[in-house]
Design a protein. Structure first.
Length: 256
């Protein structure tokens, strides 16, 4: 127990020393006024499993790392620690970062446990990126049927994987193609139960984009007479859609 106490004491001493060397940038403090802390709406959602791990760690070792906050007590890094310490009724040790800028929240949170895609979408939407403001609206519209990853891919202006574009902040939304793709997948669900899966939606989108004469009612009718298999590979599903669509179809009406 003494060694743990010494470890904690040494860590705090190091932070104090660091703070003294950077007084214009950082201030060290402690409080049990939990209501003073504010959380950014675009930070990632609270993970209860992670929260419980942090609580158990604090119970056995104390608060090892301080919470990083702005001068008005908005939490840059450590929202789980604040909640854990509040539930344990312990002091919150914090460091005020006087040189904070909004992008620091994303930067700090991606050093350790990476933000998931939804957290990035929330962050970019909160900062006024209209592509992600609209994408969140599409979650509300289609979320009861499709996963968020599927919605991201359907509304992506290109055929690239949306997760990479979102991470790189280069994602562009196309609401016309996205709504058409998901509406078509919804229609196909009546015949093909797996039509709402991401791999089917991506394959269907590619077929639609490559063929201006594509008609969903034709595909639906053909799938009633010739089984449309949903394979594990996206390219194989794309080929299957084309094969079923072209079944007993005149050459000049076929798709590729």
């Amino acid at each position: 127990m003494q060694s743990l106490f010494k470890q904690q004491k040494d860590k705090i001493a190091n932070i104090v020393q660091f703070t003294n060397n950077n007084k214009n940038k950082f201030e060290l403090g402690s409080t049990n006024n939990y209501k003073s802390f504010k959380f950014f709406s675009y930070n990632r959602a609270i993970d209860n499993a992670n929260l419980n791990k942090i609580k158990n760690s604090i119970k056995s070792r104390g608060q090892i790392m301080p919470v990083l906050i702005t001068k008005d007590f908005a939490v840059i890094d450590g929202q789980h620690r604040v909640i854990a310490l509040q539930e344990l009724e312990l002091l919150v040790h914090y460091v005020i970062c006087n040189s904070y800028i909004p992008l620091d929240v994303e930067e700090v949170n991606n050093v350790g446990k990476k933000w998931d895609i939804r957290a990035r979408v929330n962050n970019l939407a909160e900062h006024g990126n209209l592509n992600f403001v609209e994408l969140k609206k599409m979650y509300e519209k289609w979320g009861d049927i499709f996963s968020e990853g599927t919605i991201n891919d359907a509304f992506c202006k290109t055929n690239s994987f949306s997760s990479t574009l979102i991470r790189n902040k280069t994602y562009l939304i196309d609401k016309n193609i996205g709504n058409e793709v998901l509406n078509n997948a919804k229609i196909m669900r009546e015949i093909v139960p797996k039509a709402t899966q991401n791999k089917f939606v991506r394959a269907l989108k590619k077929v639609m984009l490559f063929n201006s004469n594509f008609d969903i009612n034709t595909l639906r009718h053909k799938a009633e007479n010739k089984k449309l298999n949903v394979y594990n590979n996206e390219s194989e599903i794309q080929e299957e859609i084309i094969e079923v669509y072209n079944y007993r179809m005149r050459l000049d009406n076929r798709i590729h």
